[in-house]
Structures are given as structure tokens and as C-alpha cells.
Write a protein that binds this ligand. Structure first.
Ligand SMILES: NC(=O)c1ccc[n+]([C@@H]2O[C@H](COP(=O)([O-])OP(=O)(O)OC[C@H]3O[C@@H](n4cnc5c(N)ncnc54)[C@H](OP(=O)(O)O)[C@@H]3O)[C@@H](O)[C@H]2O)c1
Length: 386
């Protein structure tokens, strides 16, 4: 049986007991544990993968903390996490024509599309029986993989940073600009100001905005990340200068700062991803007709806003969740051409995956965290390993 990391209701309970239920003190690396996984037999439509590299994702943090819900408990006591990976195809079922053994693919986490392709559930999270990819091998259906664009100009670690975050950013962007265009046409205003708060998804959202000719502003607490984005022509604001919006005066000062950058107008589009204390800050800096989008609720699930104020200012608050299957393919086409992710300076070994997750939890990484899973890389990607 291949090795794979798991999160169990038991390990969550043990850690919760150790820290007296104080979520601030939880050590995520004690909850994610190395395990074995029994893979299903390869069916006619299945693909057997050797996992090469994965990225650490925040939904794993949510699963380990059991803060939004105790997903391990809800899934019968244990989940195998990991919903972003690059893998080599080892074998395929007889009905699979899209990929063949030796191909390198990226996975996506749309666990079950609805009638229009939007995810009802997420793979390795709330999709029943789904086994994630923080393991040495996996078996998935062929619709869950997309050929990796190995000639896109990115190295293997940067490619591994994108399977979950790029489709999410792609969806957020098409929703944000699409909603804005319902209100203000291109001929009325071609170039808009776009602001994103921290994190990997937001930086990719801003790369899309900049690529289409808009002004992009990254508001993050990490100097390394801001510097990296400035090299791509994306302006930045230090979020810590505004105490991460701890109180109303910080929000006011931030709003004044952003209005100062935008001729007193504010920005047309905001990518939030955090909610919580970030939400009022994002709403305060919107211009008239502005749009606030988010697929995340890292700091809080509930938002409150003044409906009359939003009506009068013609504001729209939108909520998204990952991408459609077609959108995932479209996002993959943009690897390297638009998406140039910031990768954390350490590439973690497979045995260090729990530490990678804890360091993500502590917010001390300088970019998207990548874990090398395979010791031996296939010939086709060896020149992509720095
Ligand atoms: N529903 C979906 O489809 C979907 C998909 C992807 C992600 N998500 C969710 O969206 C959220 C962000 O995801 P991600 O992948 O972009 O995360 P990430 O790359 O791990 O980034 C998280 C970052 O948030 C930044 N941040 C900004 N403002 C912050 C604040 N006030 N307090 C603390 N941190 C702040 C931190 O950067 P600085 O220190 O530089 O500010 C941190 O590095 C997560 O909760 C994730 O689960 C949802």
C-alpha cells in the first residue's frame, strides 16, 4: 500500500485536548500524519498516478483545525488530504484516450460538477470517498487530470503551485470583471484599478488583471511577496502598515491611502479571500459600481454590510468556489504566460509535509509552499527541476 498523509478525527481531538481547545495553540504538524492508503483497482476510465510534487493548501489547514467544520469527522473519522498535484501517469484504464503512461498531468479539485460545471463538492475535502494526493500514488478518473503544460516556461515547482490556486483565480477574475462590465462598459472605462489581499490566489488574480492591461495592487504583509510582484509590474501596499485592519481607524487610514493612489475614487475590483477583518477594508476602498469577490473565508465565514450603502454606491459582493471543468482547462493554458507564481524559498521533502503545513498555518512562508513527493523524477521533467 502506498504511503499517504491522513487527518483523523482522533488526531484532531488529541491535539485539541493538548492545547485545551485553544485554536491559536494548535500545531497542525501533529494532526497530519503519515499513513498508508489502499487505492481502488484501476477501472476502465481511471488513471494511475505517481505523485511528483504537491502544494500546501489552506483547506488542509481548515481540515486540521476543524474550524469551519470537522470534515474528518463528517467523512467517517478520517480524510486523506491534498487536492493540488503534479503526477506522472503510470497506467490507464482501457477507455482512457486523453492521457497515456509517461504523460505528466496536473490534477484539479472540482470533485463533482453541477449541471453547469461548477463544483458541488471539492475533491479530498467534502466529496465522499475522495482520496487526496499528499501521497506517493493515486488513482483518479481521467476527467480529473489535465495534461501539464511542460513547455510553458515555468519550472516544476512553479507548475506545482498552480493546480488549485490558478483555476480559483481564473474564476474570480472572470466573475469580477464580468460583473463590473454589466454595470460599466469597456468604452465607458477601459482600464480599471484592481486590489487583492495577500495570498497565492490573490497574486494570480492580479496577474490576470495586469495581463489584460489593468492597474493591479497587492495588499500583503509579506515584503518578499510584495517585492516579487513588483517585478511583474504589480504595485503594492504593506498591510501591516494598517495593523491588518485591527480596528476602524486602521480601515479609515487604509481607505484614505488607497483613495490617494486612485485620484480619490477607490478601486473598481477587490479580491478578498480572507473575509473577517479584511472584508470591511475591502468594501471601504471600492469605488462606485465596484465589485468585491472572494472564494475564501480564512479569517471569518460571516460578513455584515450596510445594504443601503451598497445599493447607493451600486456595489456588488460576489462569492465563488473553485472553477468549472472548462475553466480549469482555460486556466491551465495560462501557466507561465500569465501565471508566474511566487514559490516559497524552501522546497520541502515528503517527510517534511506536516512542517510545511504548520509553517503555512503560522504564515511565515515567502510564497506558495511546495513539497517534492517523488525522489526519482521522470526524464520529461528532469530539466524543469532547479
Ligand atoms: N473556495 C475555493 O475554491 C478556494 C480556493 C482556493 C483557496 N481558498 C481559500 O482562500 C483562502 C486563501 O487561499 P490562498 O491559497 O490564496 O492562501 P495562501 O496562498 O496560503 O495565502 C494566505 C495568505 O493570506 C495573506 N493574508 C492577507 N491578509 C491577511 C490577514 N489579514 N491575516 C492573515 N493573513 C492574511 C497572508 O499573506 P501576507 O502575510 O503576505 O499578508 C497569507 O500568506 C484560504 O482560506 C483558502 O482555503 C478557497
Amino acid at each position: 500500500m502506498p504511503q499517504a498523509y491522513s487527518i483523523s478525527a482522533e488526531s484532531i481531538a488529541t491535539e485539541r485536548e493538548r492545547v485545551g481547545d485553544d485554536l491559536q495553540k494548535v500545531d497542525v504538524s501533529r494532526i497530519i500524519q503519515l499513513d498508508d492508503v489502499e487505492l481502488r483497482e484501476i477501472g476502465p476510465g481511471d488513471v494511475h498516478l505517481k505523485i511528483l510534487a504537491v502544494s500546501a493548501e489552506h483547506n488542509v489547514d481548515h481540515a486540521a483545525l476543524a474550524d469551519t467544520m470537522n470534515i474528518a469527522e463528517a467523512r467517517g473519522g478520517k480524510i486523506y488530504p491534498g487536492n493540488s498535484a503534479v503526477g506522472e501517469v503510470l497506467a490507464v484504464g482501457e477507455a482512457v484516450a486523453r492521457v497515456k503512461p509517461g504523460d505528466v498531468v496536473v490534477t484539479h479539485c472540482n470533485g463533482e460538477p453541477d449541471a453547469y460545471g461548477y463544483p458541488l463538492r471539492i475533491w479530498a475535502y467534502d466529496q465522499p470517498d475522495s482520496i487526496g494526493w499528499y501521497g506517493k500514488e493515486a488513482v483518479v478518473a481521467d476527467w480529473q487530470v489535465v495534461p501539464a503544460p511542460l513547455d510553458c516556461g515555468l519550472d516544476l515547482w512553479a507548475i506545482a503551485a498552480l493546480p488549485l490556486r490558478a483555476p480559483t483565480a481564473h474564476h474570480l477574475w472572470r466573475r469580477a470583471i464580468g460583473i463590473y462590465r454589466v454595470k460599466v462598459s469597456c468604452e465607458q472605462r477601459a482600464r480599471v484599478d484592481v486590489l487583492g489581499f495577500g495570498g497565492g490566489v490573490s497574486e494570480l488574480f492580479l496577474m490576470l488583471a495586469a495581463h489584460e492591461g489593468h492597474r493591479a495592487i497587492f495588499c500583503s504583509g509579506s515584503a518578499e511577496r510584495r517585492e516579487q510582484l513588483e517585478k511583474l509590474g504589480i504595485e503594492s501596499v504593506d498591510q501591516k502598515q494598517f495593523n491588518r485592519f485591527a480596528d476602524r481607524d486602521d480601515v479609515k487610514a487604509f481607505s484614505k491611502h488607497v483613495k490617494g493612489m486612485t485620484n480619490g475614487e477607490g478601486v473598481q475590483l477587490v479580491c478578498d479571500m480572507m473575509r473577517g477583518t479584511v472584508f470591511p477594508a475591502g468594501m471601504a476602498v471600492l469605488s462606485r459600481e465596484g465589485v468585491n469577490v472572494s472564494a475564501g473565508w480564512q479569517l471569518g465565514m460571516n460578513c455584515s454590510y450596510n445594504s443601503a450603502n451598497c445599493s447607493v454606491r451600486q456595489l456588488t459582493i460576489d462569492h465563488t468556489h473553485y472553477e468549472t471543468l472548462a475553466g480549469v482547462s482555460a486556466a491551465t493554458e495560462l501557466y507561465g504566460h500569465v501565471f508566474k507564481p511566487t514559490v516559497h524559498r524552501e522546497i520541502y521533502g515528503f517527510e517534511d509535509l506536516p512542517r510545511a503545513m504548520e509553517e503555512m498555518h503560522q504564515n511565515v512562508q515567502t510564497g506558495i509552499p511546495i513539497v517534492r513527493v517523488a525522489d526519482e523524477m521522470p526524464e520529461s521533467v528532469r530539466n524543469l527541476v532547479p
